[in-house]
Design a protein around this ligand. Structure first.
Ligand SMILES: Nc1ncnc2c1ncn2[C@@H]1O[C@H](COP(=O)(O)OP(=O)(O)OP(=O)(O)O)[C@@H](O)[C@H]1O
Length: 157
């Protein structure tokens, strides 16, 4: 894969995503313009490989996106999909470094205290406009963000 020049959205957002002090941002661009690359680089740049705890959380609207996104290398990942939370009480606490999941599942994991948010450094809402357009998600997002930011005020969103 030869990425010789950044796309427009990458040129604008990567300095904000990768340079401390880390700023929260909303990025909006056409499909295929390189947005996913931006936040994946952001996520990978922030992982402490020696810390075996959730450090990046990415919330995606659909199962398909979650599966596509779970292809990182080197870091440990956990996919949070609807099927996985049926036996939440029997589940061990999640120790993967990058968590990618659908909103409902992530909410259940956080509320059941299976997904600790204390060490999170970056929180991504992929396709946030689509998720917010789906009525019920907005209140869940606000609740999740408040709970996460309360524990980790330095988090980049
Ligand atoms: N700077 C770049 N130069 C060349 N190819 C790139 C560059 N950035 C990303 N790509 C490639 O372009 C494709 C689309 O990138 P990416 O998935 O990041 O876009 P996206 O905007 O998130 O797309 P979508 O909205 O469809 O999810 C991928 O195959 C990726 O490898």
């Amino acid at each position: 894969m030869k990425f010789e020049v950044p796309s427009k959205i990458q040129a604008i957002s990567l300095p904000l995503i990768l340079t401390p002090p880390y700023k929260s941002l909303i990025a909006h661009a056409h499909n295929g313009s390189g947005k996913t690359t931006c936040f994946v680089l952001g996520i990978l740049s922030r992982i402490d490989m020696n810390l075996h705890a959730p450090q990046a959380l990415c919330i995606c609207p659909t199962r398909e996106l979650v599966i596509q996104m779970g292809k990182f290398t080197g870091v440990t990942t956990e996919l949070g999909l609807p099927d996985n939370y049926k036996r939440i009480d029997k589940r061990a606490p999640i120790s993967a470094q990058v968590i990618i999941g659908t909103p409902g599942t992530i909410k259940v994991w956080i509320e059941a205290k299976k997904l600790g948010t204390y060490n999170l450094k970056i929180l991504v809402f992929d396709e946030a406009d689509h998720m917010l357009a789906q009525g019920g998600f907005r209140a869940d997002f606000v609740r999740m963000m408040k709970a996460i930011v309360k524990q980790t005020s330095e988090i980049q969103v």
